[in-house]
Design a protein around this ligand. Structure first.
Ligand SMILES: [Zn+2]
Length: 323
């Protein structure tokens, strides 16, 4: 059932970006000297998601400079990225635990330790100074790209509004949070509707497909343009993708694996709309996963072979109006 995905991208050498001007390895701060927001683009929250590293490498090579405010680039889970092995491209999402599930203060300030917690503790105070943040990711299945916009009563609507200004990608997703831990885009002021700070998470497509590189790069350029970090002409000259009519999917529920025997009954890539409630999608030991309602949108089915009991395998959503 599971076909392995071809590697169309090459992991860039990022060692030149280790040297930091703020004392945190792989964090680069560029200050225009003029008033303006702190705009952050982060890559490699997950170690095997190459499009973010390629995007930041590209922007550095373009000699990017902010025209106002402060622009920062962060390579997040560099320990996991260092384990990249093209022969086992599923093997280095993280070293010990998922870096994007540890961003609640009680976890960061708690007694637990891991490679990822140490990195999050290094980064968190810096992340909390961001006015606008774009976190670059990719997916295990060859889904169309989508923007993860957080949770509606918290920061979700701010993230949808920012994504609408950016104009990419076509699909914007609001969800119900992650049951196994707080994501970076939801923490602090990002998740507070009374604050202006907004964070978005791009899932640029399948981890190793060439198209994910272009989506991540052009979404980043448009993000830098709409936040005022770079000149519009500078950004536009580097963009070629058309602006789609955007759609919002509100995720209503997720499904977590009950056993390691979980397997899909067909090849789902994500963003399929399944007409009938009760349609069987997967077997999970003696349980059958079925669509909960008519016209359910399948969001980010996990196609990775590396999953554990309790991992989210799929989310269900409904299409909503943009505003
Ligand atoms: Zn990711």
């Amino acid at each position: 059932m599971m076909r392995s995905m071809p590697l169309e991208l090459t992991a860039p050498d990022i060692s030149a970006y280790r040297q930091s001007n703020v004392g945190i390895d792989y964090v680069t701060r560029m200050d225009s000297g003029k008033p303006g927001p702190h705009v952050v683009v982060q890559a490699l929250t997950h170690g095997n998601e190459l499009c973010g590293a390629l995007t930041l490498d590209y922007l550095f090579q373009q000699n990017i400079r902010p025209m106002r405010g402060v622009l920062s680039f962060i390579f997040a889970n560099v320990a996991a990225y260092g384990l990249w092995d093209p022969a086992n491209p599923d093997g280095n999402r993280y070293v010990e635990e998922d870096l994007n599930r540890v961003w609640a203060d009680d976890v960061l300030k708690g007694p637990r330790d891991s490679v990822e917690l140490r990195r999050a503790r290094e980064l968190v105070a810096y992340i909390d100074t961001a006015d606008f943040l774009l976190d670059l990711h990719s997916m295990s299945a060859p889904s169309s790209p989508l923007m993860v916009c957080g949770v509606r009563p918290q920061g979700g609507q701010k993230s949808v509004n920012l994504s609408a200004q950016i104009g990419l990608p076509e699909w914007l997703m609001m969800d119900t949070g992650h049951p196994s831990g707080l994501r970076m885009i939801e923490r602090g002021a990002f998740g507070d509707p009374a604050k202006h700070n907004a964070a978005i998470l791009l899932e640029a497509g399948q981890h190793w497909e060439r198209a994910s590189d272009q989506i991540a790069r052009e979404t980043s350029l448009r993000f830098l343009k709409v936040t005022g970090a770079v000149d519009a002409q500078w950004a536009d000259a580097r963009c070629n993708l058309p602006t789609p009519v955007q759609k919002v999917v509100q995720v209503t529920q997720g499904y977590t694996a009950r056993s390691l025997e979980f397997h899909w009954l067909a090849e789902y890539n994500g963003l399929e709309v399944i007409e009938k409630a009760g349609t069987a999608l997967a077997h999970d030991q003696d349980h059958i996963l079925r669509t909960p309602y008519d016209n359910a949108v399948l969001v980010m089915p996990t196609r990775s072979k590396r999953f554990s009991v309790g991992n989210t395998m799929l989310r269900f959503g409904r299409i909503e109006a943009l505003n």
